[in-house]
Design a protein around this ligand. Structure first.
Ligand SMILES: [Zn+2]
Length: 107
């Protein structure tokens, strides 16, 4: 064995260490939006500021650095799936390329 085989692998970022899940129908996609806006919502006695998606909504694989339509995720705003699932947005709010790439999930 020579020295190169004993070399310790260089640290990789956590995203690269995660196991990739193959894409299949019903795959969970992360939700991203072109922009984020803050809106006050809820009943007056419990009103609070809430971060809302603005502009088109994009989808991305769980481990990816680009949305399904190819936009870098750094330029988009991520929203949690529990409240903002991509397939729950109305069709006209979704990016059509992401919608098609995600298998046109129904709302
Ligand atoms: Zn998109």
């Amino acid at each position: 064995m020579d020295e190169t085989q004993l070399a310790v692998p260089r640290p990789v970022s956590s995203a690269q260490r995660l196991t990739l899940v193959p894409t299949q129908p019903g795959t969970v996609h992360r939700t991203f939006a072109d922009a984020a806006e803050t809106r006050r919502s809820g009943p007056p006695w419990r009103r609070r500021e809430r971060r809302m998606p603005a502009g088109l909504v994009h989808a991305a694989e769980l481990v990816a650095d680009r949305s399904l339509c190819g936009l870098p995720l750094d330029s988009l705003h991520e929203f949690g799936r529990s409240r903002y699932a991509f397939e729950h947005f109305e069709a006209h709010l979704r990016c059509s390329a992401c919608h098609a790439a995600a298998g046109s999930p129904d709302s």
